[in-house]
Design a protein around this ligand. Structure first.
Ligand code: GLA
Length: 394
């Protein structure tokens, strides 16, 4: 199991990286978690519902503002420095990992909040490229660092409304500066989730509800399987899914696919002329219903019954939305064979991670079965971590 650093270790590591690359001390250390989504996949850019939890795995940023507009960054994981100036940051103008933090500064600037230049060191235990939102964790940790500046008059990180605004700035950073047209679930989870709760995010109006999510009491645990599968087409495929959904909504005369009532789904599908569009729309509309059903089970103390919804979500993502891959399918099948109550891919897909709901204590044996199935299929060995609903950025 990939361990999560505790606060003391994460802060110490970020400070060490800072000390190795800059003179003097950072003003402080801020951190933000990665996430897994329990259910509600590819719904966030369709005005739909999703239900992520924040992970204990976090990204730590030691930061100090500068008196000029230079941006000097160093990441332990990347093993490299990234330098620019605020004046240079604009859509299409910067690239590489520093585009995420620089993009947050840019987006806050667009809100009229000048962050000034900054020196910052990054250390993270959120696995990269695993579909666990390491990029959102990076953005959100910087957003918290900027919002802690003396005299800051921008979004207030001590309120949910302020955090929602910071999340919006992080999404703009990712969409407009880093160039990934993602939907906003990840930043909401990292900034707005509560420990011990799943975050029910309604992307129609960015409102949230905190749904108690206590697996221990139910004798269960959530295992994350990082397939370590790399898929080259991720960006293009994600953007294509989003475009297909937006075009289908336009063809159906609705602002987003959220406006299609489940009872009207069959009629709506009849009005679409492409089979691909029909399948994409069917996934989105049925997935939103599954989120509602999942939440109802959580709220009535029946978390042990969510497995079939997870399985149905995976099937819909694999067949109708076509964002699964061989590694994800083997992971969920092997987990189920080993006793998981339900399993599904989580995040954007095409690789990345799956989650499996398993009886408490059985994580290691399920992990062994999945590892054996991967070896038999000739795949790179997967990695595992335990997911508990942890605290948001601070
Ligand atoms: C990625 C994106 C999210 C969301 C998921 C799919 O994680 O960053 O915005 O669209 O894919 O649910």
């Amino acid at each position: 199991m990939l361990p999560a650093w505790d606060e003391a270790e994460g802060s110490a590591r970020a400070r060490e990286v800072f000390a190795a690359h800059f003179d003097g001390e950072p003003t402080g250390v801020w951190s933000a978690p990665g996430r897994v989504n329990l259910i509600g996949e590819h719904t966030d850019y369709n005005g739909g519902l999703c239900l992520p939890i924040a992970l204990e795995h976090r990204t730590y940023v030691a930061l100090r503002r500068r008196s000029d507009d230079a941006i000097h960054l160093f990441s332990e994981r990347e093993g490299s420095a990234w330098q620019s100036t605020l004046a240079e940051v604009a859509p299409g103008a910067v690239s590489g990992w520093g585009a995420y933090p620089a993009g947050v500064a840019w987006a806050l600037g667009e809100l009229g909040q000048d962050t000034g230049g900054f020196d910052a060191a990054v250390a993270s235990c959120v696995p990269y490229g695993a579909g666990l939102s390491s990029s959102a964790a990076l953005e959100c940790a910087f957003a918290m660092a900027f919002a802690a500046a003396p005299g800051w008059t921008g979004p207030d990180p001590d309120t949910d409304a302020g955090r929602a605004e910071l999340a919006g700035a992080c999404v703009r950073a990712e969409n407009e500066i880093a160039g990934a047209n993602t939907g906003g679930m990840d930043q909401a989870a990292s900034l707005r989730a509560h420990a011990g709760h799943a975050l029910l995010l309604d992307t129609r109006d960015a409102s949230v509800r905190h749904i108690p999510f206590d697996l221990t009491a139910a004798g269960l645990e959530l295992l994350v399987i990082d397939t370590r599968a790399e898929h080259a087409l991720v960006d293009g495929q994600y953007a294509q899914r989003r475009e297909t959904c937006e075009a289908a909504a336009a063809a159906l005369g609705v602002a987003t696919l959220r406006e299609i009532e489940p009872a009207d789904l069959v009629a709506a599908l009849d009005r679409l002329d492409s089979g691909v569009a029909r399948r994409r729309v069917r996934h989105v509309v049925t997935e939103i219903v599954r989120v509602e059903q999942f939440v109802t089970l959580l709220q009535t103390g029946r978390v042990g019954e969510v497995g079939p919804l997870m399985d149905a979500s995976h099937a819909s993502l694999a067949t109708d939305y076509e964002v699964s891959c061989a590694e994800l399918d083997v992971a969920v099948e092997a987990a189920r064979e080993a006793g998981a109550l339900g399993a599904r891919m989580t995040g954007g897909g095409f690789g990345g991670s799956a989650i499996a709901l398993v009886p408490a204590g059985s994580g290691p044996t399920v992990a062994q079965t999945v590892t054996a199935a991967f070896a038999a299929a000739g795949f790179t060995a997967p990695a595992f971590l335990a997911a508990t609903a942890a605290a948001p950025a601070h």
